[in-house]
Design a protein around this ligand. Structure first.
Ligand SMILES: NC(=O)c1ccc[n+]([C@@H]2O[C@H](COP(=O)([O-])OP(=O)(O)OC[C@H]3O[C@@H](n4cnc5c(N)ncnc54)[C@H](OP(=O)(O)O)[C@@H]3O)[C@@H](O)[C@H]2O)c1
Length: 254
C-alpha cells in the first residue's frame, strides 16, 4: 500500500536529479508515471528500472519547450493509464549566467521558455485532464533563487523560476473549487548535475553549502519527499503555497 496507489503522475525533467528521484518515489508509493526529458538513453533507463521494480512507466522524450510535448504528456497519461491526477513540472535549466546587463536577450528568452513557459504549457494541458478526473495536484519545482535570495549572475534563472510561484498561485485560486491544488517548491542547493554545474569548484560548492542553516546541500531524494507530500493527499489543505525545501537558507546568517 502506497499513498499514491491508483494515481497517475507526469514528471518532467525525469532523466536525472530531482525528477528522476521523484519518479522513482512516486512509483514506490503506487503511482503510474509518464516521464519526460530530452536524453533518451537516461529516460529509457529510468523506465526500465521502474519496470524491474514492478512499476509502470511510459517514457516520452522531447524538448519541454515544444508545446506538442506538453500536450502529448497529458494525452499519454489518459491513453495509457486512463487519466491524470498528479504533475511534477520540474524540468529546468540554469541558462545564461552573467551580470544582468551582459545577459543576451536570446539567452533570457530561452531560459524563460524552458523554465516558465514550458511549465505553463504543461499545466495548460494537465488541467483539463485533472478536471475530468474531479481533481488533482500540480507541483512546480521553483527555487530559493529569486523568491528568497538574489544570487549574482542568475537574473534570467531567478525571474523564470519566481514566475512559477505566481503561476501556481493563480492556478490554485482558479481551480481550487474544482479540487485541483497547485504549489511550488522553493528548493535549496541540491546535489544533481545542475547543482554541480552551478557550483563547479570546491570553493563554490563550499560557499553554497554555507548558505544553508544545515551547512550542506540536499540529496535529490530529500526534495522528492517534499514533492511527494505536495502531490499526495497528505497535503490536502495546502494550495497556492511557495513551500521552502531549502535547508534554512533565508534564516541563516552564519
Ligand atoms: N540542483 C539544485 O541546486 C536546484 C536548486 C533549486 C531548484 N532546482 C530545480 O530543480 C529542477 C531539476 O533540476 P536538478 O537539480 O534535478 O538538475 P538536473 O539533474 O540537471 O535535471 C534537470 C532536468 O531537466 C531536464 N531538462 C532541462 N532542459 C530541458 C528541456 N529543454 N527539455 C526537456 N527537459 C529538460 C533535464 O533533462 P535532459 O537534459 O535529459 O533534457 C533533466 O532531467 C530544475 O527545474 C531546477 O531549476 C535545482
Amino acid at each position: 500500500m502506497g499513498i499514491l496507489d491508483g494515481k497517475v503522475a507526469i514528471v518532467t525533467g525525469a532523466s536525472s536529479g530531482i525528477g528522476r528521484a521523484a519518479a522513482l518515489l512516486f512509483v514506490r508509493e503506487g503511482a503510474k508515471v509518464v516521464v519526460t526529458a530530452r536524453r533518451v538513453a537516461e529516460l529509457d533507463a529510468l523506465a526500465a528500472e521502474i519496470g524491474r521494480r514492478g512499476g509502470e512507466a511510459v517514457a516520452l522524450a522531447g524538448d519541454i519547450a515544444d508545446e506538442s510535448i506538453a500536450r502529448a504528456l497529458a494525452e499519454t497519461a489518459i491513453a495509457r493509464f486512463g487519466g491524470l491526477d498528479i504533475a511534477l513540472n520540474n524540468a529546468g535549466q540554469l541558462g545564461e549566467t552573467a551580470a544582468a546587463h551582459d545577459i543576451s536577450l536570446p539567452g533570457w528568452r530561452e531560459t524563460v521558455e524552458v523554465n516558465l513557459t514550458s511549465a505553463f504549457a504543461c499545466a495548460k494541458y494537465q488541467l483539463p485532464a485533472m478536471l475530468a478526473r474531479g481533481g488533482g495536484s500540480i507541483v512546480f519545482t521553483s527555487t530559493i533563487v529569486g523568491s528568497e535570495v538574489g544570487l549574482p549572475g542568475m537574473a534570467a534563472y531567478a525571474a523564470s523560476k519566481a514566475g512559477l510561484v505566481g503561476l501556481a498561485r493563480v492556478i490554485a485560486a482558479e481551480y481550487g473549487a474544482q479540487g485541483i491544488r497547485a504549489n511550488a517548491m522553493l528548493v535549496g542547493g541540491t546535489d544533481t548535475p545542475m547543482g554541480r554545474n552551478a557550483a563547479p569548484t570546491p570553493d563554490a560548492y563550499a560557499f553554497v553549502e554555507s548558505l544553508h542553516a544545515l551547512k550542506r546541500i540536499a540529496a535529490p531524494e530529500e526534495i522528492a519527499q517534499a514533492a511527494l507530500f505536495l502531490a499526495s493527499e497528505a497535503s490536502s489543505f495546502v494550495t497556492g503555497a511557495a513551500m521552502p525545501v531549502d535547508g534554512g537558507v533565508p534564516i541563516c546568517r552564519t
